[in-house]
Design a protein around this ligand. Structure first.
Ligand SMILES: C[S@@+](CC[C@H](N)C(=O)[O-])C[C@H]1O[C@@H](n2cnc3c(N)ncnc32)[C@H](O)[C@@H]1O
Length: 229
């Protein structure tokens, strides 16, 4: 996934409506002030988040399973982030317990088969007072596109791009199940956001703006570790 179309995706995501003017403002807003913090950019892609987090004063570590993305992200962050090729279905052995103030994982959790295991691993690396900010496809939008039952919980294979063959395999599941996984992994929801497009989108991408003002494409969460019972 992604490696086969990594260069094209990077061009698409840099200034595209859904990434630059929708997902990134929402997720960075939930991340809050990152200055002086250690941030793990999980599934960093071509490094748009890593570069912005560095610009905002964070110390950035990160990973992605695509070697091309990691290379692009290293270039984009001027070598100032510790980025490596890593499959998030494997433990983050290179990240010590409690060593990260913020985990940011944008538009990636839905690709993992065992999402609870991944979320538990992200919880392990969080320092006391830390948080996990993530975004994923809004389950209602997935249902509108894919049809069938809203409550279906299954992997779906499709192209990420209507105009090109960008094959991905991702999970669709209802909101109840998404939230249950957070709880199972030991997280509480501090904030839930159904993002609105930023005003600049109205001029640059009017059709996308109109669509996103009617129906959210993504949903984002700020999660915090649940206190031990
Ligand atoms: C939609 S892109 C988002 C990239 C980046 N977070 C952003 O928002 O710009 C999804 C990313 O998830 C990564 N990914 C998917 N499955 C993964 C896995 N098992 N381990 C690590 N990265 C994965 C892909 O390589 C891709 O970079």
């Amino acid at each position: 996934m992604y490696e086969a179309f990594a260069e094209e995706y990077a061009v698409h995501a840099e200034g595209g409506a859904y990434n630059a003017l929708y997902d990134r403002p929402a997720v960075l807003g939930l991340a809050g002030d990152v200055s002086g913090k250690t941030v793990l950019d999980a599934a960093c892609g071509p490094g748009f988040y890593a570069a912005e987090l560095l610009r905002r004063g964070a110390r950035v570590i990160g990973c992605d399973q695509s070697p091309t993305f990691v290379e692009l992200a290293r270039d984009r962050s001027g070598g100032r982030a510790d980025l490596r090729v890593h499959d998030l279905s494997e433990p983050l052995d290179w990240v010590p317990d409690g060593s990260v103030d913020l985990v940011l994982m944008a538009l990636a959790v839905h690709y993992l088969d065992d999402q609870v295991a991944l979320l538990r691993e992200l919880r392990r690396v969080l320092a006391p007072g830390g948080a996990l900010v993530l975004s994923t496809e809004h389950p209602m939008t997935a249902w509108l596109r894919l049809g069938g039952s809203y409550f279906a919980e299954e992997p779906v294979e499709e192209s990420l791009n209507d105009e090109a063959d960008w094959p991905v395999r991702m999970w669709r599941r209802p909101l109840t199940s998404i939230v249950a996984q957070f709880r199972e992994a030991g997280f509480l929801i501090e904030e839930l956001l159904e993002p609105r497009p930023v005003p600049a989108m109205a001029e640059r991408f009017p059709a996308d703006y109109a669509r996103l003002e009617e129906c959210p494409a993504f949903i984002a969460f700020r999660l915090v570790p649940a206190p031990a019972r």
